[in-house]
Design a binder for this molecule. Structure first.
Ligand code: CS2
Length: 475
């Protein structure tokens, strides 16, 4: 290498047992920490090979550090750094996809975990099924070396089967309801199109436990890097900053029962995590998205700034009042207490979680965060003005200009289409109706029922602004 560093740093310590697809800040602040704690308590060869599906940045930053980095727990009045040393290597799929497959087919690898975000599942968010028109899906069905995470899973399982190696457990750590079943469904659908025998083998031998993951981890900024250098006295090009809270509920269903001792690290291993997933997605991620769109439009950069405005504290509380009747709590959990804890977590001023970051990919997030709750409330005759305002605020946001007419940098797989819809329509009612016709997000029945209340919220929002509208729906 030109910089004198070896291509692959060779590490002593635990051998690799996990390949992780989508090595972003969240997994490094969450999954890697649990695996480090599990090995500290109970040992095992659970070193991790991380895979960046696109950008080389994380690999480039971590390689000179021999794959170690600092995770900082940020509370209002403290910042506690910790060195994390569980990564054995980081691969970049776009540069060397064969190396990624080689890592995944190693018989010593028992788990392939994923944080590839909602859009990484190549599915239709409204139905949860594989999107056969997705360009990456079409590519991966016709090429042996894949580009999508789902394609990598399918091809690696195909190679393992041919070699007589047991499948790995696929451990989804994304914010999708029944994430394990979603990933199982899309992998099986893709496999069936290549080789029905492969699909049958994966269905019989493979395991895809569902998980609920929770730790607020904003993207690392240049300020964070300087902060960590001052805190530890050592330069770290890729630290991760996270809140003190952490919760991981995992369905205990692994191939051959092989997994790190997650329980020793504080995770909950359960027979069924559906209740945890629904609670977290609807109560945390649902209000996060609602506050991100309304807060951004009201001119706030971060969630803690948004929630420091009493109008938005009241709006958040009112949202939880609408959401709680549509959530069945996990055994022993009080949803009111949970909501109170969420409010305190959002208010943590040390966590600078940008509204823009959370607003990203709304088309992929809305169904599980807001629309499921709305569907149930509508079916049970419960009015949901605050949730309808959140949907209207998303529409306003993706229309591409903010309340002072400034352009918004909307990041969403459907960004162009949504923007086109907004610019082609004249009235707010027309915009709402055209947005509700996007079938990847809203099914026909729900769209029909949302038309009137969302138009009402949208009128208020477009005419009076997000802050005023949030106050009105709360009153
Ligand atoms: C957030 C989540 O970015 C987002 O959409 O809502 O990343 C959230 O911070 C985590 O799910 C918290 O566990």
């Amino acid at each position: 290498m030109e910089d004198g560093l070896p291509d692959r740093a060779v590490k002593s310590g635990p051998a690799t047992g996990i390949v992780h697809l989508g090595l972003g800040a969240f997994f490094r602040a969450f999954g890697c920490v649990y695996v480090a704690d599990a090995m500290k308590e109970s040992g095992g060869d659970w070193g991790i090979v991380g895979v960046s599906l696109r950008s080389p940045n994380t690999r480039d930053a971590l390689r000179p550090q021999n794959w170690t980095y600092t995770a900082v727990t940020l509370a209002e009045d403290s910042a506690v750094p910790r060195k994390i040393d569980v990564l054995n290597d980081v691969l970049v799929a776009t540069e060397d996809p064969k190396a990624v497959l080689d890592a995944m087919v190693d018989p010593a690898v028992k788990i392939v975990s994923l944080t590839v975000t909602e859009k990484g599942y190549c599915h239709n968010p409204a139905t949860g099924m594989l999107n056969p028109d997705h360009p990456d899906v079409q590519h991966d069905l016709t090429h042996d070396v894949p580009v999508s995470a789902i394609g990598f899973l399918m091809r690696a399982l195909q190679i393992r089967r041919a070699a007589g190696t047991a499948p790995f457990t696929v451990l989804s750590c994304d914010n999708l309801p029944e994430n394990g079943r979603v990933v199982r469904g899309v992998v099986l659908e893709m496999a069936r199109q290549i080789d029905p025998g492969l699909a049958d083998w994966i269905a019989a031998e493979g395991r895809f436990p569902c998980t609920m993951v929770d730790r607020i981890t904003p993207a690392t900024t240049q300020d964070d890097i300087s902060h960590v250098a001052a805190l530890t006295g050592t330069a770290d090009a890729a630290p991760v900053m996270h809140e003190p809270f952490s919760q991981w509920a995992i369905e205990d269903d692994f191939v051959g029962g092989e997994r790190p001792d997650f329980a020793a690290a504080g995770a909950e291993l359960l027979a069924d995590v559906t209740a945890h997933e629904h609670m977290k997605l609807r109560m945390l991620n649902g209000t996060h998205s609602a506050l991100a769109y309304t807060g951004y439009l009201a001119g706030y950069e971060t969630i803690d700034q948004t929630i420091a405005d009493p109008v938005f504290t009241a709006y958040a509380r009112a949202l939880w009042k609408e959401i709680i009747p549509a959530v069945i709590p996990p055994v022993g959990v009080s949803l009111e207490t949970y909501a109170g804890e969420l409010l305190a977590r959002y208010a943590n001023p040390a966590i600078r979680h940008s509204t823009w970051q959370i607003a990203m990919d709304g088309s992929q997030k809305l169904p599980q965060r807001l629309l499921g709750t709305l569907r149930e409330n509508l079916a049970d005759g419960r009015a949901s003005p605050c949730l309808c305002l959140a949907v209207a605020a998303w529409m306003r946001y993706v229309s591409g200009t903010d309340e002072s007419g400034e352009l918004i940098d909307v990041r969403d797989p459907l960004a162009m289409q949504l923007r086109g819809i907004a610019t082609a329509q004249k009235t707010t009612a027309d915009i709402v109706s055209a947005m509700l016709s996007v079938r990847e997000i809203f099914d026909e029945d729900l769209a029909g029922k949302l038309a009137a209340p969302v138009t009402q919220a949208a009128d208020l929002l477009w005419n009076q602004g997000a802050r005023y509208a949030s106050q009105e729906v709360t009153a």
